[in-house]
Design a protein around this ligand. Sequence first.
Ligand SMILES: [Zn+2]
Length: 148
Amino acid sequence: MSNDSTNAILLVSQNIICDIYSSFSNSCYESGGLIGSKEDNVIDSFYYDKGKEERRHDYIPNVDELQHQLSIWNKEQIEFRGIIHSHLRCGELSQKDVNMARRVLELNNIPSILMPIYIINKQIIVWYEVLNDNIVLRVPKTTKSGGR
Ligand SMILES: [Zn+2]
């Protein structure tokens, strides 16, 4: 099974990278957020979600809040592209993360979703794309935000 989105270059706006770093660097681990795209194929939108409760080992999204944000994005024609969340030190997706991603694929009937992890103690972002039958490591190209 092939998928076009995994062959295209992943472009991420420099502004969004800055937003992600400033949001996550002050948070405890396992917070998260939505990432989206307004300009063609560029990840240029980010909505931070500190998650549902403290002291846990999985990111538990504030589903109601995120649904509300997605409806705002929908009006602004921002396409939902994925979910980012933070880990303290592990750079790999947990089985729960993958299960959550695949549930989102199913619910939204989309072929793939970006699932980047922000690693707090290394201060780096590792970009994954989750498909139904595969998980792909992506290396994004940073770009200046479009439309400004
Ligand atoms: Zn995780």
